[in-house]
Design a protein around this ligand. Structure first.
Ligand code: SF4
Length: 379
C-alpha cells in the first residue's frame, strides 16, 4: 500500500531542513552561475540520464557555440548533433533544436511566459517543464527524476516497487505536496542534489543527511532496502560486424536514416552476423550488398562491446580492402579520412571504431607494420 501524503507540518519540516542544507552545501555548477532561462533549459535537457560531471564540458561548449535561442535555431542540425556527440540520447538534441526554431519564430527567441506553451514544445515532458520553470521563474511545479524518486521513497518508507504505475503517479503528488511557496527552484534542485550526493543508491550517507531525523526509512533501518524495483529483463546478446573499408587513406561511411536511433548520424557500415557466419564472411557480404564490389583482403582490428536499450552488442571491427574497380556511392555514402570523419556526428560506438582505425594507421607508420590477421573467433 502507498503511504499517506505528507501533512503540512511534515512538509514544512522537509522544506526547512532541505533549503538550509542547500544554502550551505549547494555545488557551484556553471548553470547555477547564470540566471538565463535558456541556459537552465539546456542544462536540464543535458542532465537527463547523464551525470553532472559528464554534462559540464558539454554544457560549456554548447553555450559558447549557441549562446542564444536564436543562434541555436539558426544552426544546422548536424552542427548541433556534432556538439552533442558523446553525450548520448541524441533525440534530446534534435528536440532542443526543433523547439528553439519554434521559440525563435513564435516567441521572439525567449521562453514563453506561460508554462503550458513551453510544455507543447518537442521533447518537453513533465520533468523538464518543472525543472526549467521552477528554476527560471519560480513556478510552483514539482520535479521527479530517478534521484528524487529514491529520496521520496525512503523519506516516506514506500515499499511499493517504483516500476508500479500508481507508485510513480503518487511520487509526483508527494513531490508537489512538499513544494514551498517561494524558492521552488532551489527546493527542487536541493531534492535532486540530495539524491545525487547523499541519498545515493547503495550507500546513503544518512549520518550527514539533513532529513535523517524525519526520514522513515532511516528511522526503521530500511534505507538500503528502498526503493524497491521490479525484476529487470536480462539484456539480449547480439553479434555484429563493422566494416572499415579503406582505400587511399579514406574509409567508407554511411549516413543513418533520419528517424530512429542516432538519426542522421554517420557510421562505418555494420550489420548482425547471421547464424554460423564468420565476421569475415559477414564483412564481405555487407560490403558487396552496399557497393556491389568484391573484397580484396580483410583484417580483424578488434572488438568493442556496448549496451543499447535491451541489447548487449559485441561488434567485430574488420578492416577491408576493396577489390579492383570503382566503388559507386549513393548520396548517403562517402569516402572520408578519419580527420574528416571527426567533423560529422558520430555515436559513441562509432567513435571507438574510429579510434581503432586511427590506431591501425598509426601502427602502419611504425617500422614493422602489423600483418594481416586471422578471422576472430565467433562468440
Ligand atoms: Fe536518504 Fe538516509 Fe537521508 Fe533518508 S536519512 S533521505 S535514506 S540519506
Amino acid at each position: 500500500m502507498l503511504p499517506a501524503l505528507p501533512t503540512s507540518r511534515q512538509a514544512h519540516a522537509v522544506r526547512r531542513r532541505l533549503l538550509g542544507w542547500f544554502d550551505r552545501q549547494a555545488r557551484d555548477l556553471p548553470w547555477r552561475r547564470v540566471r538565463d532561462p535558456y541556459a537552465i533549459w539546456v542544462a536540464e535537457v543535458m542532465l537527463q540520464q547523464t551525470q553532472v560531471a559528464s554534462v559540464i564540458p558539454f554544457f560549456q561548449r554548447f553555450l559558447k557555440r549557441f549562446p542564444t535561442i536564436e543562434e541555436l535555431a539558426a544552426a544546422d542540425l548536424s552542427d548541433v548533433l556534432r556538439l552533442w556527440a558523446g553525450l548520448g540520447y541524441y533525440h534530446r538534441a534534435r528536440h532542443l533544436h526543433a523547439a528553439a526554431k519554434i521559440l525563435a519564430e513564435d516567441f521572439v527567441g525567449t521562453l514563453p511566459s506561460l508554462p503550458e506553451d513551453f510544455a507543447r514544445l518537442p521533447g518537453v515532458g513533465r520533468y523538464t517543464l518543472g525543472a526549467v520553470y521552477s528554476q527560471a521563474f519560480d513556478c510552483r511545479l514539482p520535479v521527479v527524476d530517478g534521484n528524487v524518486q529514491r529520496v521520496l521513497a525512503r523519506l516516506s518508507c514506500c515499499a511499493v516497487p517504483l516500476t508500479n504505475q500508481k507508485a510513480r503517479a503518487w511520487l509526483w503528488q508527494y513531490a508537489a505536496a512538499l513544494l514551498p511557496r517561494k524558492r521552488v527552484g532551489d527546493f527542487n534542485q536541493a531534492l535532486m542534489e540530495l539524491g545525487q550526493t547523499v541519498c545515493t543508491p547503495t550507500q546513503p550517507s544518512c549520518g550527514h543527511c539533513p532529513l535523517k531525523t524525519i526520514c522513515l526509512a532511516f528511522q526503521s533501518g530500511k534505507e538500503k532496502d528502498l526503493p524497491r524495483s521490479g525484476p529487470r529483463p536480462k539484456p539480449t546478446p547480439v553479434s555484429e560486424v563493422a566494416v572499415l573499408a579503406q582505400q587511399a587513406g579514406r574509409f567508407l561511411v554511411v549516413q543513418r536514416p533520419d528517424h530512429g536511433r542516432w538519426p542522421g548520424f554517420w557510421e562505418f557500415p555494420h550489420a548482425p552476423l547471421t547464424p554460423g557466419e564468420t565476421a569475415f564472411d559477414a564483412a564481405r557480404r555487407l560490403f558487396r550488398t552496399l557497393t556491389g564490389q568484391p573484397t580484396k583482403s580483410l583484417c580483424h582490428l578488434g572488438s568493442i562491446k556496448y549496451q543499447v536499450t535491451r541489447f548487449q552488442v559485441r561488434l567485430e571491427a574488420v578492416l577491408l580492402q576493396p577489390g579492383p574497380g570503382r566503388v559507386p556511392l549513393t548520396v548517403r555514402q562517402r569516402w572520408l579520412t578519419l580527420v574528416e570523419m571527426s567533423q560529422f556526428p558520430l555515436a559513441r560506438p562509432q567513435q571507438r571504431l574510429r579510434a581503432l582505425a586511427q590506431q591501425w594507421l598509426d601502427d602502419k607508420k611504425k617500422p614493422k607494420a602489423e600483418p594481416w590477421g586471422t578471422p576472430p573467433e565467433q562468440s
